[in-house]
Design a binder for this molecule. Structure first.
Ligand SMILES: [Fe+2]
Ligand SMILES: [Fe+2]
Length: 145
């Protein structure tokens, strides 16, 4: 188990993200409630948007060298999700089919297992280094002898 609160938070958010994508697949697979499928898709897009922003802030905080590459992947995922949302979400006419939902789940799972895993490993090392770093030398008072 990871004891780093930032990483625990990221893991929890990935769990929610994948859970929403999995639920989207189940809803699309039954095909009985198009409105529910659209609602889940809208939630997945909104949640992913916020998650990506918070992850990018964390990457900037620790000077992650893979930032640009990771952000490109986020941008690509958001584009894919937004296209699906415009096509199938909100008041869209079309119903999301199972293959399209599975494609979304696969993209997110791949991102989490590759890009996010790489960042988590880096962040883990960075935060341990920061915790073990020597404190800066104490400043000497200027009023003494
Ligand atoms: Fe990410
Ligand atoms: Fe992530």
């Amino acid at each position: 188990m990871n004891l780093n609160p930032y990483l625990n938070g990221a893991d929890a958010e990935h769990h929610v993200q994948l859970g929403l994508a999995q639920t989207l697949c189940e809803a699309a697979g039954t095909g009985v409630d198009a409105a529910l499928t659209r609602e889940i898709l809208d939630q997945l897009v909104a949640y992913s948007d916020v998650h990506f922003i918070s992850e990018q802030l964390l990457m900037r905080l620790c000077g992650y060298p893979g930032y640009d590459d990771h952000v490109s992947d986020h941008d690509r995922l958001i584009r894919e999700l937004e296209v699906a949302k415009q096509q199938y979400g909100g008041d869209g006419e079309q119903t999301l089919a199972l293959p399209a939902a599975e494609a979304i789940l696969a993209l997110l799972a791949q991102h989490i297992s590759m890009q996010d895993r790489r960042f988590v490993d880096f962040f883990h090392g960075w935060s341990q280094h920061a915790a073990n770093a020597e404190p800066p030398p104490a400043t000497r008072g200027s009023g003494g002898k």
